[in-house]
Design a protein around this ligand. Structure first.
Ligand code: SF4
Length: 699
């Protein structure tokens, strides 16, 4: 922490990494961010993790894109083959006019359903809204998606189906009013570190913290119960817990009668899921399952938090259905300290989804199939109708490229050449495209395949709102200008739309926000001016002075008759089960120091210094069996491919598992992952692949 002599100016903004949405003060000296402090935002109350505090220097990295680039006519064939320090053999610099004309011209030439878009949860709400509008208004269909498809799409599918809303029912800070909390399929100490500090304080003051995860983790030290269940057996374990609640009549009959439907069907469904039987599947003692059921059902106020350990399965929607049913049967929604909270990954994945950056919904989750909804939007957009059919998702778009149905792709801030499952399939699709427009701050792995690259802005270089996991809409403010000729993303979108003939005239993101409010009731009582002065407002906000509702659904649910629904879930085996050839289980995820595909954090001096090398974690007994020491190289092989990397010893990983972070291009985790998807959320099964592990030689 410095003092005012250490900086020329200070600007309040939002951390660009995870969905906690910590508010930060950016201290600027000589046109560069010198350091960052946490300030008193509603989610972080002054706290920051290592990424928020030390992970901002990527903004000033020499690899930043500063000029529009166009692929050279004599460039080598498209592939993952561009050296960011020596890109000139592949691309040439262009003016903005030339690059935008080239980008729009190519999209127009292919046109219609031949064009698709991947927007970004790294952008602001306004930029996400404009992106989906370009595809819908410009090309007449809904083939637009973003990384929510790889993250919480199955959670949203289950929440929409059963409680009528995809957002959290209570902020994570409500844990201070709870006496019991479940954290399942999430590792908040690494992935939502500031939220984890609130969870630890909850445990310290006597709250019962029930941690359920196939991997042991740091939160275990604070847990009253640690259930390290077998990977992929969530439904059996959760149904067994609910079986006990039914068997011992621990449910809240009054709540069930007042606020739910389908209870009798759920009750009957749970009959066969006895803890004794399910224990053999999930590996947790029947007595422990019974104890957890009694502890949760006996709580005055209880919350359920979950992460991608729940959502990234072919049964991700079923996993979430179980958690929703557990909360409903015990009446743990709509009160202080009670609620459902899927911990959002990216800093603006909630906002980008709210803004309609998804193929089945317009902003505020209004279905594209609804004629009235579409006409409300086309009236505001002053444009003709667009398709009433759900568009293609992230992975379906890549399949459509291979099939030759999609030939042009506009990618803003996403990195499918690293983030898609079975990533060689995605890379081959990117290479096959006739016209790839990439808008980003770095020459990412995806930009390697681009025909034109549009240099964009980092979070600290632009204005705009973002919405965190708590439904808090917050104001991001620019502290430094973009480098060279790089531009704010909204400006690039507007200029592109003008060239597509869409007649856009926005001159400031505040005008976009004002337009969003016309068809987004979630933003009622939230104005640009309010956000400028208050910094954050939680939706829903009931009046121009209401800071917003931390807890929703006290008096019923936004479904047809105001009732939430029980949807029974059955056991579905993982798609890629271990066998003789691939005997172990591979699960992928993030590390504290690195963010997603690493494009930002691997260019941060401190963060990359802490975790500089691709690595995976195995149990000590597994390393012994392989005959290798910690730090040695091993080879991981699945039915999709093979990678070699350093092995780390970790007792938290069970002997039949490998944990593999996905931030490292030199050993890209998604070369190995399975593209099979959940049928409802269309989310890939990143958390379970059969894998063979062998000793290898260090390069
Ligand atoms: Fe940023 Fe998330 Fe860390 Fe907060 S917890 S500082 S939002 S990465």
């Amino acid at each position: 922490v410095g003092n005012s002599a250490d900086f020329d100016s200070e600007v309040d903004s939002i951390c660009p990494f995870c969905g906690v949405g910590c508010q930060v003060s950016l201290k600027v000296k000589d046109g560069k961010i010198k350091y960052v402090e946490g300030i008193n935002g509603p989610a972080n109350e002054g706290r920051l993790c290592v990424k928020g505090r030390f992970g901002f220097d990527y903004i000033h990295h020499p690899h930043r894109l500063t000029k529009p680039l166009i692929r050279r006519k004599d460039a080598p064939p498209k592939g993952l083959n561009v050296d960011p320090g020596n890109w000139q053999t592949h691309f040439r610099e262009a003016t903005w006019d030339e690059a935008l004309d080239f980008a729009a011209g190519g999209m127009k030439k292919i046109g219609g359903a031949g064009v698709a878009g991947f927007g970004s949860a790294k952008c602001t709400n306004e930029e996400a809204y404009l992106f989906q509008k370009i595809i819908r208004q410009g090309f007449g269909h809904n083939n637009v998606d973003h990384c929510t498809r790889l993250c919480h799409a199955s959670s949203v599918a289950a929440l929409m189906e059963n409680v009528g809303s995809g957002a959290v029912t209570a902020t994570f800070n409500q844990i201070e009013n709870a006496d019991v909390a479940i954290v399942i399929g999430a590792n908040p100490t690494e992935n939502h570190p500031v939220a984890a500090t609130f969870f630890k304080q909850f445990a310290k003051r006597g709250g019962k913290l029930i941690v359920m995860d196939p991997r042991g983790q740091a939160l275990k030290r604070h847990a009253s119960h640690m259930l390290q269940f077998r990977p992929g057996t969530d439904v059996s374990m959760l149904n067994a817990i609910m079986h006990v609640i039914v068997e011992e009549k621990l449910y809240d009959q009054q709540y069930i009668e007042a606020f739910t439907e389908n209870w009798e069907i759920e009750k009957a469904h749970l009959k066969t899921f006895t803890p004794e039987k399910m224990s053999k599947i999930c590996g947790i003692d029947a007595a422990v399952l019974r104890d957890v059921a009694r502890t949760f059902a006996g709580a005055n106020a209880a919350m359920i938090f979950w992460g991608m350990g729940i959502s990234q399965h072919i049964h991700g929607t079923d996993n979430s259905r179980c958690l929703i049913s557990l909360a409903l049967m015990t009446g743990q929604i709509g009160r202080p300290g009670a609620g459902l909270h899927p911990l959002r990954g990216q800093n603006n994945v909630q906002g980008a989804s709210d803004a309609g950056l998804i193929p089945m919904f317009l902003p505020d989750y209004q279905p594209v199939s609804d004629d009235g909804v579409r006409s409300a939007f086309t009236e505001v957009w002053q444009s003709s109708d667009f398709s009433d059919k759900k568009g293609l998702t992230v992975t379906e778009i890549m399949d459509a490229v291979h099939d030759g149905d999609i030939r042009s792709l506009y990618v803003l801030g996403e990195n499918p050449a690293m983030s898609d499952p079975d990533v060689e399939h995605a890379r081959a699709a990117l290479a096959k495209l006739d016209h790839l427009v990439v808008q980003d701050i770095f020459l990412t792995e995806t930009a390697n395949f681009a025909d034109v690259i549009l240099p964009a802005s980092a979070f600290a270089e632009k204005s705009g709102t973002v919405t965190n996991t708590n439904r808090q809409v917050q104001m991001g403010r620019p502290a430094v200008p973009p480098p060279g000729d790089a531009k704010e993303d909204w400006w690039i979108e507007v200029e592109l739309a003008k060239r597509l003939g869409l007649g856009w005239t926005y001159t400031d993101p505040s005008e976009v926000f004002a337009e969003m409010k016309l068809n987004m009731s979630s933003l009622n009582n939230i104005t640009w001016n309010r956000l400028e002065s208050e910094g954050a407002v939680t939706y829903p906000s009931t009046s121009p002075t209401d800071p917003g509702q931390a807890i929703v659904f006290a008096d019923g649910f936004p479904r047809q008759d105001g009732r939430a629904r029980f949807t029974p879930a059955s056991i579905i085996a993982p798609d890629d089960a271990p066998d003789e050839d691939y005997p172990m289980i591979l699960t992928t995820g993030r590390q504290l120091e690195h963010w997603h595909t690493g494009s930002m954090t691997r260019r941060s001096y401190v963060l990359d210094g802490l975790e500089p090398e691709a690595n995976c974690s195995l149990h000590p007994s597994t390393l012994r069996k392989l005959g290798v020491e910690p730090g040695a190289y091993i080879r991981l092989t699945t039915k999709r491919g093979s990678i070699e990397l350093m092995a780390r010893e970790d007792r938290a990983v069970s002997p039949d598992m490998v944990f593999l972070p996905f931030a490292y291009v030199e050993a890209a985790a998604n070369i190995l992952t399975n593209p099979a998807v959940d049928p409802y959320g269309k989310i890939p099964e990143f958390k379970f692949s059969a894998v063979k592990v062998e000793a290898a030689t260090a390069p």
